[in-house]
Design a protein around this ligand. Structure first.
Ligand SMILES: Nc1ncnc2c1ncn2[C@@H]1O[C@H](COP(=O)(O)OP(=O)(O)OP(=O)(O)O)[C@@H](O)[C@H]1O
Length: 695
């Protein structure tokens, strides 16, 4: 068999404009070899053909797709040239879709890898180059795998395996690229970068609305924003820490169950939305490679995109809601096709890529034309009835092979990292002071906020910030991390304490998205919505609210110039478990007490409440607070941006307490049970009396 014209698109000959020929196909591993920073790298494309389904066999569909080997795929409209899978077909020639139908001839395409119907999940994982992509993500690159093809062509099967039965997981041998990649990712990160931290988010784009698949509440659309520093991002997206393979498998299953799906003629379990699962990696370890001496950490991203399948409404028999979904899916895929076509035309015509035409293209913008490394898995059906869609998919895929990006690994310099740690510590100390003032507690002796006394930095520091007493002098940055941890835990305890008083609590939010990104990847600022008192049980009003300290206003002081600002104080409705009847028994134990595990870990099977870290758009300090419960149909007013809500009142029995005489944090915590008991006393109206009855 002669070599087919690699990647040539059927139908190109009908247009006058000459096209750039597709580059010769290389193996995915070769294509995904370590990209040189900023050098043009082509999108890697592989194709998978699923077996004929029982329904297709029973209605007598013919095998119209053949994989003659050598990473080529041939389609044939003619019964006489049809050959069993794996056998060569004679001289395939690229032709237009119409020509294939009319003349009964063949078209052939070449890709990085082609998997025929006999290839199992493990073979696809090993041969598609996805393993290499995972390794690149560990090295700090932003990597994307997206599956694309007509409805019922096997995209979801390839990425996640067949639908799980009931609550169970997919059997190991059927696990798709995603599960296998996560296992490989954990293995790689453990042996190459043991200090890597992982977090994940999972969204779907349904009828042009972005929805969080990990959010337990009602499926509210999330806003898609753009910033110069971050490009397109989803505001208010939940991000969950990944502790192990089990966590991410559970997340995957949880998201898959929430994802919109329906049955139609071509697929009994058809996805009606595009799903994007993103794993953020952050390695804090010092890089040792040549030229990386000042590199302290890297950020990598691994993203899997399971696109909804294109469909012809008359083939799928969709009507009503299904037809509306199909239109929305087709529109967004068309927008993706336009972007790919423009990108494939090369630099000269790249002036405008219409990313803004759909949410999908906005979220894939960085993967397609930015600084990422991308692998596209085109899935096709072998059935002769699906030939037009198969050709369209192969054309799309072939065009995508001409798209190039300029991958850049995110590396954070030691100086930048230390500067961000300094800023975070400073901000936490200020918050600590605010909370202490609200609780009428003393400043920590020897640690007045904003005035660090001893140089904090070791040899690697910037030299500009003093170190507080008690900070261990370890390897550069290590003492800072433990101080940061202590402050996070301490402040969280204080916040919890403040919550028990039923009033307000400060949340800190980085002033700029960039700060958030540098200081705490995966945790991006947001403000919790202020909660109308009617939604939660109001705690007794306490007299004598203290004024806010002047430095707590948004923007901080000029001289301290913290990168974080105090956001509006939020009335936190977190005492759901605390009812007049339940009192202290109803309260969840503080998760902040366990210093060995300072972050409360969310588990999808946990009953309420859910604790999750917040991702882009959320304040760091609010990150670990329980998301407020929002009754269905209730719209919560946004918090008053830039204002400082009055601080909580002083404790009723300690109105004029002198700073030096006030107990330290541990002593204050010892009072916690009393406060719990106090808060459980009935009725806010009689709060004053009850306050005076307190021991
Ligand atoms: N390689 C394969 N081997 C065996 N069965 C497969 C394979 N690929 C797909 N299937 C089966 O084909 C059917 C359709 O697959 P799947 O749901 O993954 O398609 P899809 O492309 O995701 O469709 P949609 O876009 O409608 O969601 C499923 O029953 C699936 O189990």
């Amino acid at each position: 068999m002669s070599e087919p014209e690699q990647g040539q698109e059927p139908g190109l000959g009908t247009e006058a404009r000459p096209r750039q020929p597709a580059p010769p196909a290389r193996r995915p591993d070769e294509e995904l070899a370590e990209p040189t920073q900023g050098q043009a790298t082509r999108l890697c494309v592989v194709v998978r053909v699923r077996p004929l389904s029982c329904a297709e066999r029973s209605r007598g569909d013919r095998q119209a797709v053949h994989c003659p080997g050598d990473n080529t795929i041939a389609v044939s409209a003619s019964p006489r040239s049809a050959a069993p899978a794996g056998r060569a077909v004679p001289e395939p020639r690229p032709l237009s879709c119409c020509q294939v139908h009319e003349a009964g001839q063949e078209a052939a395409f070449g890709f990085g890898a082609v998997f025929d119907a006999g290839a199992d999940q493990a073979e696809v994982f090993e041969g598609s180059g996805v393993k290499r992509l995972v390794e690149l993500a560990v090295d700090g690159f932003s990597c994307t795998v997206f599956a694309f093809g007509q409805t019922g062509s096997g995209k979801t099967y390839t990425l996640t395996g067949p639908p799980a039965q009931g609550e169970g997981q997919v059997a190991p041998s059927f696990r798709g690229l995603m599960q296998r990649s996560f296992a490989w990712l954990l293995e790689q990160s453990q042996c190459r970068r043991p200090d890597v931290a992982l977090s994940a988010s999972y969204v779907e784009i349904y009828n042009e609305q972005v929805r969080d698949l990990l959010s337990p509440g009602p499926r509210c659309p999330l806003p898609l924003r753009w910033s110069k520093a971050r490009g397109f991002y989803i505001e208010g997206l939940l991000s969950t820490e990944i502790e192990g393979l089990e966590t991410i498998m559970d997340l995957l299953q949880e998201g898959a169950q929430r994802r919109q799906s329906s049955a139609h003629t071509l697929n009994g379990h058809s996805s009606r939305s595009h799903a994007l699962l993103t794993v953020q990696l952050h390695a804090r370890g010092e890089a040792t490679g040549p030229g990386t001496s000042s590199c302290l950490g890297r950020w990598g991203t691994l993203r899997f995109v399971d696109l909804a399948g294109s469909e012809r409404v008359k083939d799928t028999g969709s009507v009503g809601q299904l037809a509306r979904e199909a239109n929305s899916i087709n529109r967004s895929l068309l927008a993706l096709g336009h972007c790919i076509a423009r990108l494939a035309e090369g630099q000269r015509r790249r002036a405008h890529i219409p990313y803004r035409d759909s949410k999908l293209t906005q979220l894939l913008a960085a993967a397609l034309g930015g600084a990422g490394v991308t692998l596209m898995v085109a899935c096709v059906s072998p059935s002769s009835r699906c030939l037009p869609e198969t050709l369209s998919t192969l054309r799309y895929a072939s065009r995508a092979r001409r798209v190039t990006s300029r991958p850049v690994a995110t590396r954070v310099s030691r100086e930048r990292r230390l500067r961000s740690l300094e800023q975070e510590i400073q901000a936490l100390r200020e918050e600590n002071l605010t909370l202490r003032q609200q609780l009428q507690m003393p400043r920590t002796p020897g640690r007045p906020p904003g005035t660090l006394t001893t140089p904090l930095n070791g040899p690697a520091g910037t030299g500009s910030t003093p170190r507080p007493s008690g900070v261990p002098q370890g390897p550069p940055g290590m003492g800072w991390h433990s101080l940061l941890q202590d402050l996070l835990v301490g402040n969280e305890e204080l916040r919890h304490f403040a919550l028990l008083r039923g009033r307000h609590c400060c949340v800190l939010a980085p002033r700029s998205q960039e700060d958030a990104h540098v200081s705490c990847p995966g945790l991006v600022p947001c403000t919790l919505p202020s909660h109308p008192p009617a939604l939660g049980r109001a705690l007794p009003e306490l007299p004598g609210a203290a004024p806010s300290p002047p430095w707590s206003r948004q923007g901080g002081t000029a001289d301290s110039a913290p990168s974080f600002s105090l956001q509006p104080l939020v009335e936190l409705p977190v005492l759901e478990g605390l009812t007049a009847a339940s009192g202290a028994q109803g309260r969840q134990p503080s998760p902040w007490k366990n210093r060995a595990s300072p972050w409360p870990r969310q588990h999808p099977t946990d009953p309420q409440p859910r604790w999750r870290r917040r991702s882009p758009g959320r304040g760091r300090s609010s990150a670990n607070q329980r998301p407020p419960k929002q009754p269905q149909g209730t719209t919560l007013p946004p918090p008053p941006q830039g204002q400082v809500v009055p601080s909580a009142p002083p404790w009723p029995e300690e109105p004029g307490q002198e700073a030096d005489a006030v107990p330290a944090l541990e002593e204050a915590l010892a009072l916690l049970p009393e406060w719990t008991q106090y808060c459980s006393l009935p009725g806010p109206s009689s709060a004053g009396q009850e306050a005076s009855q307190r021991p």
